[in-house]
Every structure is written in structure tokens, then in C-alpha cells.
Design a protein around this ligand. Structure first.
Ligand code: G3H
Length: 529
């Protein structure tokens, strides 16, 4: 239980934040309607009670359509200031934004800790990683532009090929990375010349509010529009109009499918989706167990397992099963639970008030079907937590095998024949990543060859993760659509578009004049420094 004394002074909640404005068409409009309370499951008092952090507007269809109209207006069928602006000028706007964002580091990090219970080091990391992502995106876009600042010629036809925006992008991010993952969608969408509507995740909402002014003052009106409220109330009406060109969502496939279904012309809708996963660890008999156990702790329990890339099922070979279970269970119980700012806290309060009950359901179901809890503290409840249970043996009829737990519970399955985990992966609905632990190259090689076709990242003797953000982040089956990374996201949010002309005197002269006059923002051979 948290004691108020243990909360560092600078991190205490001394006043609530009641967000009364939202950003539409370059204006911070005042909200006069209903609000929803924002609470933290972290207690500020010795006697446990959730902490009230403030409130956010509970918006509906009217404001959603206002935001859509603003985004459509700023895009203006491709004629808007933003989509036709010189790349160099768009980059300048983004540089202005990121500098203003950096000034809000402490405010945003404090809210990250309170709203989603992320540990202090991980909260700072989320902020800094996002800032770095923006700078890397700027650099990559400059390079993309430099590579396009030329003409090709084939079969007597010249071409000046660039990447152009797609239109209006609706961006929805997840609560586990409310800043980083949302911005990993929003930033490339904006910089490529699209106009956007963005609704923060269900938790981790207030932390966006210190950035509203930075968005407002860095970009032309209507380029970034920020709404608050439930997805059903604001995102669905926007999709129904059929005027959204890209749905960019990191979350679960149920929401993605429901929103996609609202769009009357699915062929016109581009999808950039990062969805759920059930990444397995496969531990071979010759695995280095010290390293494997450390990687499996990080993989299963970083941020309490609330990561799409978390290891959500552990396959261990029968020969090393007993040793692994014993040592892994001891390590799980030795982890420190505490509030995000507590020194060394690896396990922290769960931000969803109902999550401990859900994890309990998975645990009870598995126990009723024959699984045992292998660690002493497994399943122990406290006010805002349930201790991670190491469950073995887990079988396919258990809910914890099938469902993406997205929380602290670790199903372990043993195998004799490597075909068993491989078949399970092939049958699974998911295909994001795998962690493979072992040493013998003759065993590893064919496995790597197969696994690379079942998922999109094979982590060798390493836990699964998204980063570094320059690497491709994607998945197969129900796990993703499109690829994100600093480099790939710029492509996901744009389309190749070009000017072509036959090689003749008239055209060559016209193009020469066009380049000399420097009047086209698209047709240009300028090199951005
Ligand atoms: O929730 C899924 C995130 O993309 C995971 O990112 O692997 O860097 O924690 P991460």
C-alpha cells in the first residue's frame, strides 16, 4: 500500500486537471458538456483509495464531425497549404513542435506514472524514445526527399517520383504506450502531408493535454485535431462518413474491425494497424538458462506484461523444464512491487481497475483444468495488483492459452518434439514475434528458417520487443497490417505519385523553366540539408 509520505513531493497530486479545451481547426475550443473522471489506481493515502487525477471532455458525434470537417478543410482535396507545402517547410513545423514538446517532459512523465502506473525509468524512456523517434523521422524524411530530388528516364519517358499524402488519417493509440505508440502513428502521418484526427487512449489521456498548445502553435489550422471521449462515440461517426482515408490504430482487432466495418467503402480505406499478439518463448534443451531466465523475466513481465510484444506463453523442453520452472519462479517472486517512483520497482499497479479480476479468472480457469501455480506468491492479491502466477502445465483448453492476457500471468507449456510449438504457432491467430533460446546452430538454423515465415521477428536468445524503432515492427495474421518503423511508417502514410513527360523539346524546356523558377513545391531537385 502506498503511503503519501513515500510519494516524492514533486510527484504528488496537489491539484486536479480538468481539461476543458480540445483542439479543432487550430482553435483550443472550450468544452461545456459532460466530463468523465480520470482516476489512478495508485493510492495517495495510507488507507487504500484510488486517486482522482481530474477529468476529460466526454465528446460525441457533433464534435467528432467538427474535427473531421477541420481535417478535410485543411487537406482541401490535396490543395490545402499542408499537403502542398514544401517538404522543408513541413519539417520546420515538426522541429518547432518537438522543441515545444521537450519542454513538457516532466509534466508528461509524471502523468504517465499516475495514469498508467509505468515505472519512472520506463516513463522517462517512453518520453525520450518518442522525442528521438520524431528527430529520426525528420532525418529519414530528409533522406527520402533527397533520394527523390531527381529524374529517371525509361523508354523515352522521364519521371520525377515522390511520395505524396493520402488524405485524412484517424489515429488511435493504446493505453500501454499512450505517448509513444500514438505518436509513432501521428508523427509520420502528419509529416507526410496528411491531416489528422487523434483521440487519446482510454488510459493515459491527461498526459496529452500539456501538448495541445504545442500542436496548435506548430502546425497550420486543421492539420492536427484532438478529441476526447469514447471510441464508440467519436471514432465511429467519423468512420461512417466514409471520408477517412487511413485508419491508424494500435490496439485490438475487435476495435479495428468494428471501425473498419463502419466505413462505407472499405476499398478506399488504408489500414495501418498494430494489433494483439501471443508471442511465444521457445526454450531448447541446450539454452543458457541464466540468460534465458533473465530474458523471460523481462519478456513476460516488463510493464506487468502489458505490452503487445510481451512473451505471453513459454514453451520449455522437457529436459530443462524442472530447472527452468524452479529458477524462473524464484526470480518472479524476488521482483519488487511498488509505485512507479519507488526505487527498483519492477512490478507496478495495474491501471485498469478490473484487470486483477480478469487475471484471477484466467488463473482460476487454468487451475480448474489442472494447472498448478509454481511460485509461492503467484496470484496473491493486493488493492491494485495480482502477483504474476507461473502456471504449469498449461493446456490448449485453458483460457490463458488462448486469450491475450496483457497482464501479469505466465502460462508455461512443455514439449518433447519441436514440432509441437511450431504447429501451435502455425494454428495460432497471431504472428508477431518469437523468442528462441538455444545454442546449437544445426538445431537453430532450420527453426529460424521456419519461424521467420510464421512471425515477423525471430529474437535469438533475446526477449521480444518493438525497438529499436528503426527496425520494422509488423506482424502476420491478426497481429498487424502495414509496417511501422522510422523508415517504413513514412511509406505506410503516403503513396508514390509522380510527374511524367515524354522526351521532346517542349517538355524539356518547360521542365527546365519549372525548375529554374522554383515555383513548384512538388517538382524540385533542391537538396535539403
Ligand atoms: O505494446 C506493444 C509495444 O509496441 C511494445 O513495444 O517492445 O518497445 O515495449 P516495446
Amino acid at each position: 500500500m502506498a503511503s503519501k509520505k513515500a510519494i516524492p513531493e514533486a510527484l504528488q497530486i496537489t491539484s486536479e486537471i480538468h481539461q476543458k479545451t480540445y483542439l479543432v481547426n487550430g482553435e483550443l475550443r472550450e468544452w461545456k458538456g459532460e466530463n468523465s473522471q480520470v482516476i489512478s489506481t495508485i493510492s495517495s493515502t495510507d488507507e487504500y483509495a484510488h486517486t482522482i487525477l481530474g477529468s476529460i471532455p466526454d465528446m460525441g458525434e457533433k464534435e467528432a464531425i467538427e474535427a473531421l470537417d477541420a481535417a478535410l478543410g485543411a487537406y482541401n482535396q490535396g490543395q490545402g497549404i499542408w499537403p502542398t507545402m514544401k517538404v522543408k517547410d513541413r519539417i520546420e513545423c515538426m522541429e518547432t513542435f518537438v522543441k515545444k514538446m521537450e519542454e513538457k517532459r516532466e509534466e508528461v512523465v509524471k502523468l504517465l506514472m499516475w495514469e498508467i502506473g509505468k515505472s519512472m525509468p520506463d516513463s522517462y524512456k517512453e518520453f525520450d524514445r518518442t522525442v528521438e523517434y520524431i528527430y529520426d523521422t525528420i532525418e529519414d524524411y530528409k533522406q527520402l526527399d533527397r533520394n527523390s530530388a531527381k529524374f529517371s528516364k525509361h523508354d523515352g519517358v522521364y519521371a520525377h517520383i515522390r511520395r505524396g499524402p493520402l488524405g485524412v488519417v484517424l489515429c488511435l493509440g493504446p493505453y500501454n504506450y499512450p505517448l509513444n505508440e500514438t505518436f509513432a502513428l501521428l508523427i509520420p502521418a502528419i509529416i507526410m502531408g496528411n491531416t489528422t484526427i487523434f483521440k487519446p487512449a482510454k488510459h493515459g489521456v491527461l498526459l496529452i493535454t500539456p501538448l495541445l498548445e504545442a500542436f496548435q502553435s506548430s502546425f497550420p489550422k486543421g492539420v492536427v485535431n484532438i478529441l476526447f471521449g469514447r471510441g464508440r462515440a467519436v471514432a465511429a461517426p467519423i468512420m461512417k462518413t466514409g471520408k477517412v482515408d487511413v485508419l491508424a490504430l494500435i490496439g485490438n482487432s475487435k476495435s479495428a474491425n468494428a471501425l473498419q466495418d463502419q466505413h462505407p467503402k472499405s476499398n478506399r480505406l488504408r489500414l495501418v494497424l498494430g494489433l494483439e499478439a501471443k508471442n511465444p518463448a521457445i526454450i531448447l534443451p541446450d539454452a543458457d538458462l541464466d540468460l534465458t531466465i533473465n530474458e523471460c523475466i523481462a519478456g513476460t513481465l516488463s510493464f506487468n506484461g502489458q505490452r503487445c510484444t510481451a512473451l505471453k506463453v513459454v514453451y520449455v523442453h522437457e529436459d530443462v523444464k524442472d530447472q527452468f520452472l524452479k529458477r524462473f519462479s524464484e526470480k518472479v517472486d524476488a521482483l519488487k512491487f511498488g509505485n512507479p517512483w519507488d526505487e527498483g520497482a519492477k512490478l507496478t499497479p495495474l491501471p485498469e481497475p478490473g484487470k486483477p479480476d480478469y487475471i484471477q479468472e484466467l488463473l482460476d480457469d487454468a487451475k480448474a483444468k489442472g494447472a498448478k501455480v509454481k511460485n509461492k506468491k503467484g496470484g496473491k492479491r493486493s488493492d491494485n495488483y495480482i502477483w504474476p502466477a507461473v502456471l504449469y502445465p498449461v493446456t490448449k483448453d485453458m483460457r490463458v492459452y488462448e486469450e491475450e492476457q496483457f497482464g501479469p500471468i505466465i502460462p508455461v507449456v512443455s514439449f518433447m518434439d519441436i514440432e509441437e510449438p511450431l504447429n501451435d504457432m502455425a494454428e495460432s491467430n497471431y504472428g508477431q514475434q518469437v523468442s528462441l533460446f538455444g545454442k546449437d546452430v544445426y538445431t537453430l538454423s532450420p527453426l529460424i528458417d521456419t519461424l521467420a515465415n510464421l512471425v515477423c521477428r525471430v529474437n535469438l536468445n533475446s526477449s521480444c520487443q518493438r525497438g529499436p524503432d528503426v527496425y520494422p515492427f509488423t506482424g502476420r495474421k491478426d497481429s498487424a497490417q502495414s509496417t511501422l518503423s522510422v523508415h517504413d511508417a513514412l511509406r505506410s502514410f503516403s503513396v508514390r505519385t509522380f510527374v511524367a513527360f515524354k522526351d521532346n523539346e517542349l517538355n524539356n524546356e518547360t521542365i527546365e523553366q519549372l525548375l529554374e523558377a522554383k515555383v513548384s513545391n512538388f517538382l524540385s531537385t533542391d537538396y535539403i540539408l
